[in-house]
Ligand binder design. Sequence first.
Ligand code: PLP
Length: 423
Amino acid sequence: MATSEELHKRRVEAVARGVGSTIPAYVDRAGGGTITDVDGREWIDFAAGIAVTNVGNSAPRVVEAVRAQVERFTHTCFMVAPYESYVAVCEQLNALTPGGFEKRSALFNSGAEAVENAVKIARHATGRPAVVVFDHAYHGRTNLTMALTAKNMPYKHRFGPFAGEVYRVPMSYPLRDGGLDGATAAARSIEMIEKQVGAENVAALLIEPIQGEGGFVVPAEGFLPALREWATAAGVVFVADEIQTGFCRTGDWFACEHEGVEPDLITLAKGIAGGLPLAAVTGRAELMDAVHVGGLGGTYGGNPIACAAALASIETMRELDLAAAARRIGAVMGERLRAIAAGDPRVAEVRGRGAMLAVEIVVPGTLTPDPAATASISAACHAAGLLTLTCGTYGNVLRFLPPLVISDDELGRGLDILAAAFG
Ligand SMILES: *Cc1c(COP(=O)(O)O)cnc(C)c1O
């Protein structure tokens, strides 16, 4: 077998430079809480392929379901000749997502595609043009979702012009907004919407209940419920982007449940199908069904193999109670991270929920972001066999997203490496 070094040489000659990788190691196999490269080096996995393999890599039920489906048929296109598993995934999503009202779902391939479709549905149903998003938001890399995403480098730089009718308002970010309470932070955002956009022009308010790429920003309590309440009164579709937070990651099936928020539409992807590409929009039947027949779809959306994997993943989450596993991981990890923070003045804050935790790194004694220190701690982790990711508008947040099936031993070893990397 080729070595990681040989594969990296081939990659540089074959793969576009714009596609980056966190580690220059080429994967041979992965499962539980580890990834092993072609040279036999092992990493403890605190990335889960960016919050995708919540059920672990090659989860037994997923493997079995995919194998069985790939032998029956691989693709007919649901818009041409439909099949049961697509319907069954929609039934599961309608039942699992918050909100006791009647729901419908539609399936797509990627998170960005789900977000684009949520905007299409909200605009069609309301007849309004504007979409409101937040500072530090991340919603994808397609043209509309680049416009919705906040951060220029690397996501938007020189890729414009971007889609119109997108308006950005402040996020609740307690570390950096002087600790505004949720209601006050929401009032500030709402006033900006009303004065600068006009509520009656707004189709959708789109928000990640805990921001992902933007820095694992957890809004102050009350922020999401206040926005939800305003959206209802203003006839604005409240869209929760749960692409990174969904499927047990934060210790509930969905992060909105933490404060009892019921979105009108929810976008889903990442953790939905154990690593196979699948995404969804789930929401109020009257909004979803407002769109004319043929108005939604796509060649591969709800591919039968991905649907089989999603049903098996959801079953695995139920059977193993991965929401409880996420809470357990969060308790163990949170304690270790707070101990690290207590002894290291570079750590401004430990935040997140469940198995979606992060530390924000600053110049000691200030709130000045320190992306260089963040990168060097992350590099020390990689060198010592722990796969970590960074994020944040300022590139100064280390985030931890282990598979929810990681063993106690793997989790402990990973945290030991992390503690050592802080030195
Ligand atoms: C990853 C992500 C997306 C985009 O998903 P893709 O599958 O990469 O297109 C959108 N929103 C959030 C919150 C995400 O984390």
